[in-house]
Design a protein around this ligand. Structure first.
Ligand code: ZN
Ligand code: ZN
Length: 135
């Protein structure tokens, strides 16, 4: 699959109520084990990220935002998919890597907030681990 010099990553939810693409580079994937992500996703969250201005919503009829404590989580009100996370006014949006269309060409880079990991699983790979946020 060939890509133009400016990559465009398409993605979306289960039902098609949210579709987006990203113009420009995506960060490698960070696995976040914090309790908020685990509650929102049902397990730990795998997020890439991009500047918010590089994201284009091509379908947003299903998109809703859960806003709490200066954080915003974007989800689809039709199918329940968890897609986006950002700090309000941060200028960067994290994108659930599982919502990207394949192939993504991304790789998992690290685990963060491992101190908040659920007690029902182990982290078994050799990726770097951070007890809180990265660095
Ligand atoms: Zn949906
Ligand atoms: Zn988290």
């Amino acid at each position: 699959m060939s890509r133009s010099s400016e990559p465009r990553w398409p993605g979306g939810c289960l039902c098609g109520g949210v579709r987006y693409h990203v113009d420009g580079p995506l960060r490698d994937v960070e696995n976040c084990h914090c309790s908020r992500c685990r509650r929102a996703h049902g397990h730990f969250a795998a997020y890439t990220a991009a500047p918010t201005h590089a994201m284009v919503l091509t379908e947003h009829s299903g998109l809703r935002w859960y806003v709490a404590d200066g954080r915003e989580r974007g989800f689809c009100c039709e199918c329940g998919a968890s897609l986006f996370w950002r700090r309000t006014a941060s200028g960067q949006t994290s994108i659930a890597a599982g919502t990207l269309d394949a192939p993504t060409g991304l790789r998992s880079a690290m685990h963060i907030f491992t101190d908040s990991r659920g007690d029902y699983y182990e982290i078994t790979d050799d990726l770097p681990r951070y007890p809180g946020s990265r660095g």
